[in-house]
Design a protein around this ligand. Structure first.
Ligand SMILES: NC(=O)c1ccc[n+]([C@@H]2O[C@H](COP(=O)([O-])OP(=O)(O)OC[C@H]3O[C@@H](n4cnc5c(N)ncnc54)[C@H](O)[C@@H]3O)[C@@H](O)[C@H]2O)c1
Length: 356
């Protein structure tokens, strides 16, 4: 029997990478997406170009134009396909956008995840279910860790976090944003379906997931949007923390590669912090310098004194649990490689109108 995968959010950064990764390994690939990113962020967030790319690259790819909030629609697809693996990557992904659209945010992130889980329990309960969660489930609690100010970045002063933030970090009693709260609800549900119903589920709590196929916008997709501004000569706004706030960046291909490991050897109700780790971390100031060295163009930016509400000052993932459970997996794409790929992609998109 052929192997099959169902990917929600298949037009997006992670979804599309996962489709290509598993499609290239002999899976029948089904995608669910309704281009909701264009509704959340306007035309700049449109992901149809990525859907066309999948349809060209994977002749057997089947797109399902379904909204994950549509319970019956979702169940219909899962019942028809009975996938051997589900990757749930559809979401309202922005911290800042959520406050303006609280119902759409919660219905998509929390209720949409419940719709997927319940459909999976009814029709393919033994198939691994991988959920894209976020480091925002920790709220702003990481900001309570003592920090040292270095010339271009903040750094943890507490040696307990020398490797980054572990999965045991508290998710409780901190400021999450509505996005963080809706994703935390989803994360809890995914764990519960693992423990209560004994299903092979896992939550991947993403740091900055990125790559050349992100439709970066100001409110989501930091490196992609920064590269877009650089390539197009637009001003980039730096919000607070002196531009020294630290993010860990992971290429979407390294994310898909971890999912493959989990598929091969699934576990129950697992949680992993999935980012670039310390080696792939950078501050905004450092990212701008890297961007300039790759593109050869000066980065135009404006500093805004107010930080984004609840924004992490320093966050990078402790990758040791992932590596211990799946020793065959490691980060393959370094930060300079990632930035080069993203800059090249925006340069190509700038010369190809309309986007294809
Ligand atoms: N990119 C990051 O830096 C990052 C960081 C942490 C966590 N995550 C999580 O990873 C997942 C994927 O993120 P991404 O960067 O690929 O986002 P993305 O916005 O590029 O992709 C998400 C896709 O889901 C689709 N979608 C949204 N709402 C939908 C709905 N109601 N029904 C059907 N489709 C819908 C969108 O159209 C989009 O194509 C999300 O769960 C996000 O929260 C991403």
């Amino acid at each position: 029997m052929r192997k099959s995968i169902l990917v929600t959010g298949s037009n997006g950064l992670i979804g599309s990478e996962v489709c290509l990764y598993f499609g290239g390994r002999g899976f029948d690939v089904h995608g669910i997406d309704n281009n909701q990113r264009a509704v959340f962020f306007g035309p700049q967030g449109d992901t149809r170009w990525n859907q066309r790319r999948l349809q060209q690259a994977l002749p057997r790819f089947q797109h399902h134009e379904v909204d994950v909030r549509d319970r019956a629609g979702v169940e219909g697809v899962v019942a028809d396909v009975e996938p051997g693996l589900i990757v749930h990557a559809a979401a309202q992904p922005s911290h800042d956008r959520a406050a303006a659209i609280p119902f759409a945010d919660f219905d998509t992130n929390a209720v949409g995840t419940l719709n997927m889980l319940e459909a999976a329990r009814r029709h393919c309960r033994d198939s691994p279910f991988i959920h894209m969660s976020t480091n925002k489930v920790y709220g702003d609690a990481p900001n309570r860790i003592p920090l040292t100010e270095l010339p271009t970045r903040w750094e943890y002063a507490d040696p307990n976090f020398a490797h980054g933030i572990p999965e045991s970090f508290t998710v409780d009693q901190s400021l999450h944003s509505l996005f963080g709260a809706s994703k935390l609800a989803a994360d809890g549900l995914v764990q519960e379906y693992g423990r209560y119903f004994d299903m092979p589920t896992c939550c991947l709590r993403g740091g900055c997931l990125t790559g050349p196929h992100h439709s970066g916008v100001e409110l989501h997709g930091f490196l992609s949007y920064l590269a877009k501004c650089n390539v197009e000569g637009q001003e980039y706004k730096v919000y607070g923390y002196k531009g020294k706030q630290v993010r860990d960046n992971i290429h979407s291909e390294d994310v898909a590669a971890f999912m493959y490991q989990f598929y091969e050897s699934p576990r129950r109700a697992e949680v992993y912090n999935l980012g670039g780790g310390k080696d792939n971390s950078c501050s905004i100031l450092e990212a701008m310098e890297l961007m300039e060295s790759v593109s050869g163009r000066r980065q135009v930016y404006r500093y805004v004194d107010d930080n984004r509400v609840g924004d992490h000052i320093c966050y990078y993932s402790d990758l040791r649990k992932m590596k211990a459970h799946y020793p065959a997996w490691s980060i393959r794409k370094s930060l300079p490689q990632i930035v080069s790929e993203i800059v090249r992609a925006w340069q190509e998109r700038a010369t190809a109108m309309p986007r294809a």
